[in-house]
Design a protein around this ligand. Sequence first.
Ligand SMILES: *Cc1c(COP(=O)(O)O)cnc(C)c1O
Length: 351
Amino acid sequence: MNFNVENLIRENIKGLSHYSSARNEFTGSAEIYLDANENSFGSPISKNYHRYPDPLQIEIKKRLAVINGVRTDEIFVGNGSDEAIDLLYRIFCDPKVDNVLICPPTYGMYQVSAAINDIAVKEANLTEDFDLNPAAIVDAADLNTKLLFICSPNNPTGNSLDQNKIIEIAGAFSGIIVIDEAYIDFSRQRSFVSEIKKLENLVVLKTFSKAWGLAGLRVGMAFANSKIIGLFNKVKPPYNVSEIAQNAVIEALENREMVNRTILKIISEREKLIGALSEFEFVTKIYPTDANFVLVKTDNADLIYEHLVGKKIIVRNRNRVEKCEGCLRITVGTPEENQELVNSLREYSQD
Ligand SMILES: *Cc1c(COP(=O)(O)O)cnc(C)c1O
């Protein structure tokens, strides 16, 4: 396959001269900064946030580079990985002309971002056991298919997709292949990040929102070859990650052991929860999961959902998602939360 990223970029992005911020033009250290119209007097709160943050988040990227075995210019940090998804559309997809390919049932943002950017969505459904269907993907793709989204472990189904199939597809697809690894830290499978060295058309997404427990910060990452990352940097808003978020992420990255311990706890709670759920008669199927949630097929998702809402417990009702009829997606909580959930479900089953 002869892949050349130049052929995929939108014309207006190729010719774009990006906004050069004050902190882009001077990057050394000085004593007096009068270049960015900030307020040198400070702010009304005790912590100082009166300076613009690092536009390229270099302290974060240095640490991520070590952890992930890549270079800093192979990393994009954004306002959630949702920002990376949107940027991919804006870099590669011409509105009303191009299309993207998704593998439903999968994460809803791919479709929402497509709609916002006026890009058509093609679908190559997952198989009955929620794995990739390479033939359907190859069939559905055309010359205007710029992005292929593969979510592994997949949301909302929870399973990891077959990595050999992903490699097979990556070799046959001439657009950008996006592997969303939001849940990879809970999975037994290895990350695709190292593959960016070999596969020029690969973008791997990760996030601080799940295993890292920092959903409120809004920080996500994309890993790709430096050419694609350069495009992200050209198109992103200049100061896309706030100073508060950058500092908090650096702090979190210093405490990976705690994250690893939490991941192990969540996985062990997940297995306990699956055991408890499998006892209920109204549960007709529990799908294999490699994530911090479990997709559960029931005989009446709407009723169970409403019962739980009445108990002030909220799960995700996926009953109206195609191929997920009757399903609830349940996030693994603390032992106490999971116990409350199981107690409430027991009451439901006895009603
Ligand atoms: C939660 C999730 C994300 C994370 O999005 P953020 O914007 O980083 O919070 C990305 N992809 C999938 C599939 C998810 O479920």
